[in-house]
Each structure stands twice: as structure tokens, then as C-alpha cells.
Ligand binder design. Structure first.
Ligand code: F0G
Length: 529
């Protein structure tokens, strides 16, 4: 048999506290049964998020000491700009920045030969200093990029429509294959209406024997439905935002064919296409593994092709930046977005400085910027991705083998339990929030933290019936990068199996406080009933 050799080894370890179910129950009461408020130090396996939770590589740790904390134009700023050109734009000299920063050969030559060169048409532009036509914005994390983008876009659209004396108020709809919760909330808070067109069939059965051999790219945008909507509502949409991979649709990938079709549609309708690119490298892996014509292409090359179709992107560096903090907003120099919303770059810069910090760090420390510089390169390496996607896949397969249904095929960063199937025969209603009850039992009895991604998280009780029908009933186990071993996974599979066998006794859950707050899962109070 073909054996996959190991790809990494541990460098630093942390001992876990040993706690009892009684202690955890007491704390759960204290935090009103909100798992987000439960202290991480008392958790044995934490699957709450893959965001900012990565263990950094030795190269990233080395890069920290190269961080420069100057207030104006720190060294890491140039390295991050250059790395983003390398990773996201075609025809660049990849990993030059990362390598030269760590080995320390960079300083003079690197700065003079690369960073001062004007560079047009890409995601990092407007001249080397981003003064005249800024198009690249550093922020503390992904949602800050979303806030910056949507709040500024709202103002620019309002001004443009006021000048034209249009009465309908300008294009105010954002279309997506699936909005992450903060993305949707930030867009809505800025006054945009959201339209989600995910390819149908997310929870359809996928034969077990095809897992790892085929993939149906369930994260795709439904291009046909999008086009029909655009025909019916001309001049209403200001952006198509593709989330890659699609976190709303259970971490499912988006195919290159779908990206291309979306870009073609967007161009035909003169609507900018943006990516929410948090997990771009994981997505590229799926394209390489499963899409015809990509098996012989390298991951960096696939990433560059993906981004060649986009007019701009937001990214949280806490996922595929392999970093603990950081985010970016960028749009193509002189591209459709820049043309349509003329002058938006300078407006974004003003707001960035006002809210996050000087434009050359935007709320990130110089150290974190250096960690991201290396992270963005490390994350596109094949051994890393094989190990990463492989761990998530084997977690899903172990659950299936023990009789627990998971959404299939598994996505990139998380395994999703199918809670309708889990509670089969238990007569639970979406408003019972039984899947939240499951996460509470799992945390109390086993010290394992996972998050409901179903009727509670997606606010089933506040939606009209046609939208209620679209909400899947899932629990997400997000797998942190480079953190967990097979021992964690086996323990977790065993715990879920035990809970499955006593599913009839798992309590339902009532919301006791904060039902109507935006993003209530972070701060609502609950009670098992
Ligand atoms: N977009 C997507 C697709 C995300 O998954 C996230 C965060 C964000 C934007 C926001 O980025 O956290 O840096 O502000 N997702 C995390 C998760 C929190 O657990 O899925 P952020």
C-alpha cells in the first residue's frame, strides 16, 4: 500500500489542564451556557475556530524577530506588499520576500531592486508607496476589511447617486455564494441588501466511496440563478462576492470553472467581482485534486489563476495567512472596481488611518506582518496542504465509520455533523436548538468545544419561512492548523459516538438573553431545558 509520510513535527508543546465534568458544568452555568464565553484553558480539544488558532512554523517564529515596529513605513510593510504580489498576481518571483527577510540577505538589495519599482495593474499598486492610487490596505483582521470596504462603498455610492440625482439610491445589493456571519452583518450594517445564491444540494448525500476521489464543489455560486436575478433587477447589484472556500456552505470549495463563469457574468454586467479569500490555499488544493486539467499545475500557479479573475478581495490572515492576527483589503489597480467607484482608494485610506492606524501597519504589529509574510508562502506548499486537508478528511471518515453522519464530501477547514440525521427518531424541531444542547453536553462531559452552525447561529427564529428552509442543521468542528494530533481526533470521535448513542437524553436549549442582538451567538445567554 502507498503510505503518506509525515510532513511536520512538533517544536513546542503545551500541557493541557485536567478538569472534571462537574467543574465544567459550574463554569457553563456562570457563562450562561454560551460556549464562546467558556475559558479555553479548561477545554481539551478546541474546535471553535480555525481562525487565529494556528501553530506557527519555525520560519514564522524566526521572522518575528525581523519585525520592525516603526511608525512610518516599517520594513514588514514592504515585505507584505511584495509577498502579496508574489502570491496573488501572475508572473512574480515567488517567495523572494519571505526568504530574503528570514535569512537576512534582503535589506539593501531587496529594497532597492524590488520595492521601489512602480508596478501597475495589480493588487498592490499606485506606485511603490501607495500614495497616489492606493489599492492595498492592511487591517487587524478580516472583519475590519469588510467594515472598511462596505462602509466606504456605501458613502461613495451615495455621493455618486446624489450627483446624478438618481432617486432609487444607487446599486445597493451584494450577491454572494455565501456570506460569512461577520461579512453579512458588516454589509447589512452599512445598509446593503444581501442575496445568497449557493449552488443547490449542499446536504445531498455524497457516496462514501467517492470521498477523496471526486468532489462536487458544493461551495459554488449558482451562476444561473445569479444571472436570472440580475436580469430581473438591472442596476441594483454593486458587487459579487465569492467566499473561497465557502464557510457558509460547510467549508466547501469553489471550482475554477465556477470562478471563471462568475467573472464572465460579472464582466458582462459590469459588476465588480470580489473574493472573500480567507481560505484561498485550501480552495486551490481542491481544484488541483479534483478539477479536470489542474492535476499537473502547482498550487501557487492555481492561486494566481484564481485571483486573475477577481477585481478585488478581502482576506483574514488568521486562516490561510497561518497567522494569529491580520487582514487585507485590496482591489485591482485601474480595474472595474477602481473605475466604477472612482477615488475610492483615497477614501479607504482615510478611513483606515482614522480607525486602525497609519496605512503601513493598519493595526497590525510589525512582528505579525512578518509572520504573515512567511505564512502566506508556507500555506501554498503541497506537503502542508496534503497534511491539512488529509487530517480534516480522515476526521470525517472516522466519524462516518462510527455511524455518525457528516456533511459529505468534507470541506477544507472543518467537519460538519448533520444534526437532523444525528437526532433521527428524537422528534426535535429547529426552534428546540437541540444541536446547541449537543455542543453543551460535549463541552461539559468531554471538554470538547464545537459550534452550532444551524437554526441558532443562523437565526432561524427571525427568518421568513422561505429563508428558514435554506438553513442547514449542522455543528461545526473547525480544525486549527498544525495544532491537533490523531489522538485529539480519536478522542473526539469517541466522544461524539458516545453522545450519539444517548442522543435521546440531550437537552433542548432556550435563549434566555440577547435573542435579538446582531451576531447573537457571541453574547446571548442560554439554558438547557
Ligand atoms: N470571512 C470568512 C469566510 C471567515 O471565515 C471569517 C472568519 C471572516 C471573513 C472574518 O475574519 O475573523 O479575521 O475577522 N471566520 C472565523 C471562523 C471566525 O471561525 O470561521 P476575521
Amino acid at each position: 500500500p502507498l503510505l503518506d509520510p509525515p510532513t511536520h513535527q512538533a517544536l513546542v508543546v503545551r500541557s493541557l489542564l485536567s478538569t472534571t465534568a462537574e467543574e465544567r458544568e459550574k463554569i457553563l452555568q456562570d457563562v450562561e451556557y454560551n460556549i464562546f464565553a467558556f475559558p479555553a484553558a479548561l477545554v481539551t480539544c478546541d474546535y471553535l475556530s480555525d481562525s487565529g488558532t494556528s501553530a506557527m512554523t519555525d520560519l514564522q517564529w524566526s521572522a518575528l524577530i525581523r519585525g520592525d515596529e516603526s511608525y512610518g513605513r516599517n520594513w514588514g510593510y514592504y515585505c507584505l506588499l511584495e509577498t502579496c504580489r508574489d502570491v496573488f498576481e501572475r508572473g512574480n518571483d515567488r517567495q523572494y520576500a519571505a526568504h530574503s527577510v528570514v535569512v537576512g540577505t534582503a535589506d539593501g538589495d531587496f529594497y532597492r531592486s524590488k520595492l521601489l519599482k512602480p508596478h501597475e495593474g495589480g493588487f498592490v499598486n499606485g506606485g511603490p508607496h501607495q500614495l497616489e492610487r492606493p489599492n492595498f490596505f492592511i487591517v487587524p483582521q478580516g472583519r475590519c476589511a469588510e467594515f472598511l470596504l462596505f462602509s466606504t462603498l456605501r458613502d461613495v455610492i451615495a455621493e455618486q447617486t446624489a450627483q446624478k440625482e438618481e432617486r432609487h439610491g444607487g446599486p445597493r445589493v451584494i450577491i454572494s455564494n455565501g456570506f460569512f456571519d461577520t461579512t453579512g452583518a458588516n454589509a447589512a450594517a452599512a445598509g446593503f441588501a444581501l442575496e445568497t445564491f449557493t449552488q443547490p444540494g449542499l446536504t445531498d448525500a455524497f457516496p462514501e466511496e467517492r470521498v477523496g476521489k471526486q468532489n462536487s464543489f458544493k461551495g459554488n455560486l449558482d451562476v444561473v440563478a445569479t444571472e436570472a436575478w440580475l436580469d430581473e433587477h438591472p442596476a441594483k447589484a454593486c458587487m459579487i462576492l465569492m467566499t473561497i472556500t465557502n464557510n457558509w456552505a460547510a467549508a466547501q470549495p469553489v471550482s475554477m470553472g465556477n470562478i471563471r463563469a462568475a467573472a464572465e457574468l460579472a464582466r458582462r454586467k459590469s459588476i465588480p467581482l470580489f473574493f472573500d479569500a480567507c481560505r484561498f490555499a485550501e480552495n486551490a488544493w481542491f481544484i488541483r485534486e479534483f478539477e479536470a486539467g489542474y492535476a499537473d499545475r502547482t498550487i501557487p500557479d492555481i492561486v494566481q489563476e484564481m485571483f486573475s479573475y477577481a477585481d478585488g478581495f478581502t482576506i483574514s490572515l488568521k486562516k490561510d495567512g497561518l497567522s494569529n492576527m491580520g487582514g487585507i483589503l485590496s482591489f485591482r489597480d485601474q480595474g472595474l472596481f477602481a473605475q466604477r467607484y472612482e477615488g475610492i482608494g483615497l477614501r479607504l485610506k482615510e478611513r483606515q488611518i482614522l480607525f486602525y492606524g497609519n496605512d503601513s501597519y493598519g493595526g497590525m504589529s510589525g512582528r505579525d506582518m512578518m509572520a504573515s509574510v512567511i505564512g502566506l508562502c508556507e500555506v501554498t506548499k503541497e506537503p502542508y496542504l496534503r497534511n491539512r486537508i488529509g487530517q480534516v478528511r480522515s476526521f470525517a471518515q472516522k466519524l462516518q465509520a462510527s455511524g455518525v453522519s457528516v456533511l459529505s464530501p468534507p470541506g477544507g477547514h472543518a467537519v460538519y455533523l448533520d444534526m437532523d440525521d444525528f437526532f433521527h427518531g428524537c422528534d426535535r424541531h429547529p426552534g428546540d436548538f437541540a444541536a446547541v444542547g449537543f455542543t453543551l453536553e460535549l463541552l461539559k462531559d468531554y471538554g470538547i468545544r464545537a459550534a452550532e452552525a444551524g437554526p441558532f447561529g443562523w437565526e432561524w427564529d427571525k427568518k421568513p419561512p422561505e429563508q428558514q428552509a435554506l438553513i442547514p442543521n449542522l455543528v461545526r468542528f473547525a480544525v486549527p492548523r498544525h495544532v491537533l494530533s490523531d489522538t485529539h481526533i480519536s478522542y473526539t470521535v469517541g466522544a461524539i459516538k458516545e453522545l450519539h448513542s444517548r442522543r435521546h437524553s440531550i437537552p433542548n436549549v432556550k435563549i434566555t438573553r440577547g435573542k435579538d442582538m446582531r451576531l447573537r451567538h457571541f453574547s446571548a445567554g442560554m439554558k438547557p431545558v
